[in-house]
Design a protein around this ligand. Structure first.
Ligand SMILES: [Zn+2]
Length: 180
C-alpha cells in the first residue's frame, strides 16, 4: 500500500492546541522516540474528541482529578486520530527527558470503546510515523521507560513491558511492512 493510502486508514484530523496556551510552549523537539500512553480514563465519552477539547482547555472537565496543562501529539480511539500539536514541538506528557525526545501518543480506553480497533489504529499511526521519520521499532517506548509509571496500563503486564507490549510492537511491525 502506498504511504498516502495507508495514511487515509487513520482518519486523522488536526485540532491544534492554541499557540497562546501554556501547554504549547513551542519548544523544538529532537524526535528520537515515540512514547505510548493510555489515557487511564474509563468514563464513557472520554474519546479522542473529548481529549482534544481537554488539551485546548484544561477547564474542560473529563478527569476526576484536576490536571494542569498537559499535552501530547496524538489521541487515538476506535474511530479516529486527533493531532493536537505539530510533531516538531514538545508536548508535556512525560518527564523532561521524555518530552524533549519523543512524540506522545495517548490511546483511549473509555467505556464502550472497541479496544482492539483503537490499538490497531495506534499501531498504524506509529507505523506511519516510523516510516516518515525513518525510526526503527526499538524507538517505540512505553511512558514507563521515562518515569516507571504503569503506562500504557493496558499494554503492560504487572506495570512492566511484557508479552502485551511485545504483541503491540509486532502489530506495528506488521503494519509497517504493508507500506511501500
Ligand atoms: Zn502515560
Amino acid at each position: 500500500m502506498k504511504r498516502k493510502e495507508f495514511g487515509q486508514l487513520l482518519n486523522l484530523k488536526e485540532d491544534y492546541i492554541p499557540l497562546r496556551n501554556k501547554n504549547r510552549p513551542g519548544t523544538p523537539i529532537f524526535i528520537q522516540y515515540i512514547t505510548v500512553h493510555n489515557t487511564d480514563n474509563t468514563d464513557s465519552g472520554a474519546d479522542a474528541l473529548a481529549h482534544a477539547k481537554f488539551v485546548k482547555d484544561p477547564g474542560y472537565y473529563i478527569y476526576k482529578e484536576k490536571k494542569n496543562w498537559v499535552s501530547w501529539h496524538y489521541t487515538v480511539d476506535d474511530k479516529c486520530v486527533i493531532k493536537h500539536l505539530p510533531i516538531n514541538e514538545v508536548g508535556w506528557h512525560s518527564n523532561r527527558e521524555g518530552n524533549s525526545k519523543s512524540i506522545g501518543i495517548e490511546i483511549c480506553m473509555h467505556q464502550g470503546i472497541d479496544q482492539e480497533a483503537a490499538n490497531l489504529r495506534a499501531a498504524r499511526l506509529i507505523a506511519a510515523l516510523l516510516y516518515d521519520l525513518k525510526l526503527t521499532l526499538d524507538r517505540i517506548v512505553p511512558h514507563y521507560k521515562w518515569t516507571g509509571k504503569n503506562c500504557p496500563s493496558l499494554l503492560l503486564d504487572n506495570g512492566k513491558p511484557g508479552s502485551q507490549w511485545k504483541n503491540f510492537i509486532s502489530l506495528v511491525k506488521q503494519e509497517l511492512s504493508t507500506i511501500n
